[in-house]
Design a protein around this ligand. Structure first.
Ligand SMILES: Cc1cc2nc3c(=O)[nH]c(=O)nc-3n(C[C@H](O)[C@H](O)[C@H](O)COP(=O)(O)OP(=O)(O)OC[C@H]3O[C@@H](n4cnc5c(N)ncnc54)[C@H](O)[C@@H]3O)c2cc1C
Length: 399
């Protein structure tokens, strides 16, 4: 008997983690319904730099950065700047044939994945906030939203760092750092030579990350503690940001109007809930958030979705017990996450502590930082140094 409005998987959140998981499941014939309070295309405050690991996962979904449907700007490393001191950190070998990272506008990327998932048969209820979910007597889930009652065999939360559904189910997050606040915007303009690196401008209390998302568009994201940032950017602050960006990146531009104007965001914390709780799967930021400065949040959203899909499939189609499937998902996610988490922590530490000292250019221009960055992006040839960097990332990510 087919009960109307019944799906094998219900996902709350249609951003990167939720819609990429939905697309993967639908392509394998699993029925999926996704809810999101936002209507797409929508803006999302983000630095918009996708790592080479994330790019490989997008390609697995049939989504190619740099194609006509997804304009993007190739990224091959970072430039860390403090005053006149600069450190170049490539994460791709010049002669490497592996994937590059890309700067991609979320406005375009997130909608494209939803479009693909819709074509694969996913039901999206957009503009629909889910306040809570209930467990049915048969062990499934009931979501009341969009004026309808929708039943699901399994539930996935992909509703971001401040997941109210997780909180309503008693799945609380462990917060790790002092909160920061920020603004994300897109500048339109040009630079004398093409920019292929994310520039991170470090100041005493704040950072500005500049990611090219096309030859004429530069994402500019400012992050600072609450004490040094207000609810809106004053014109004078904006002007000093624009001149710092021009000086360090060579990009001369102005803030785009409409959907690319400064968008406030915060509080931003490093937080962790874990990927599986009592029959509920969590993916992306709902499960764990990383400090944005490392640029690995989207990668985690895509990695966790890919791993959750495998475990949900084993449960739904190979009759694996849901608790076994969930534990296996969390174990694999944790093992994949260690290096990404380690990289984010080391980047944060290095920028906040080392950039004040004379060790900044000395250490930054040594092979170590470059090899750590390459190891995090899985672009390192097997070598003793590569092995040690990988070990370092895993140890720091574990602690
Ligand atoms: C300032 C900043 C800069 C960043 N820069 C980078 C970067 O350069 N590179 C990088 O890789 N990552 C970056 N990140 C991190 C990245 O944006 C996130 O890790 C990523 O968006 C997580 O995706 P997600 O799908 O898990 O969650 P989100 O993108 O947060 O999406 C959650 C979705 O759930 C929906 N939702 C929430 N509550 C409900 C509800 N009750 N009912 C229905 N829907 C709901 C929301 O509308 C939203 O669409 C940055 C983040 C910030 C804040």
């Amino acid at each position: 008997v087919i009960v109307p409005n019944t799906y094998e998987v219900i996902i709350v959140g249609a951003s990167l983690a939720g819609s990429s998981l939905a697309l993967r499941l639908a392509r394998r014939g699993v029925s999926v319904a996704v809810f999101d309070k936002a209507k797409f295309p929508r803006r999302k405050a983000c630095g918009e730099g996708v790592s080479s690991i994330g790019v490989r996962l997008l390609k697995e979904l049939g989504i190619t950065p740099g194609s006509t449907e997804l304009p993007a700007n190739l990224l091959d490393g970072y430039v860390l700047c403090r005053g006149r001191r600069k450190v170049e950190v490539p994460f791709i070998e010049q002669d490497s044939c592996s994937d590059s990272g890309y700067g991609i506008q979320r406005l375009v990327l997130d909608s494209l994945i939803i479009k693909r998932a819709t074509a694969a048969g996913v039901r999206f209820e957009l503009g629909t906030s889910v306040r809570s979910v209930t467990r049915s007597a048969e062990g499934g889930w009931i979501v009341e939203a969009a004026g309808q009652i929708v039943h699901g065999k399994t539930l996935v939360l992909a509703d971001g760092a401040n997941s109210i559904v997780a909180e309503s189910l008693g799945i609380h997050s462990e917060v790790k750092t002092d909160p920061r606040f920020g603004f994300s915007m897109v500048l339109e303009g040009q630079s004398a030579s093409p920019i292929s690196r994310v520039h991170i401008l470090v100041h005493d209390t704040f950072e500005i990350a500049c990611t090219p998302v096309s030859p004429t568009l530069l994402n500019t994201t400012i992050m600072a503690p609450r004490s040094s940032i207000a609810d809106s950017l004053e014109p004078a602050q904006l002007q000093s940001i624009l001149s710092a960006v021009r000086e360090q990146t060579g990009f001369i531009g102005a803030v785009c109007e409409d959907e690319r104007a400064p968008l406030g965001i915060g509080p931003l914390n490093r937080s962790r809930r874990g990927g599986f709780h009592d029959g509920v799967f969590l993916v992306g930021d709902a499960c764990e958030t990383l400090d944005p400065i490392g640029g690995m949040g989207m990668t985690h959203a895509l990695v966790s979705a890919a791993l959750a899909e495998k475990s949900l499939w084993s449960h739904l189609r190979q009759s694996q017990d849901i608790f076994e499937a969930g534990r296996s998902y969390e174990a694999k996610r944790e093992s994949e996450m260690r290096a990404l988490r380690g990289f984010t922590r080391l980047t944060y530490f290095y920028l906040r502590k080392m950039s004040h000292t004379s060790l900044f250019p000395a250490l930054g221009n040594s092979a170590l930082i470059r090899e750590v960055s390459r190891a995090a992006h899985r672009n390192i040839a097997p070598s003793v140094l590569g092995f040690c960097c990988n070990l370092l990332l895993n140890v720091v990510g574990f602690l």
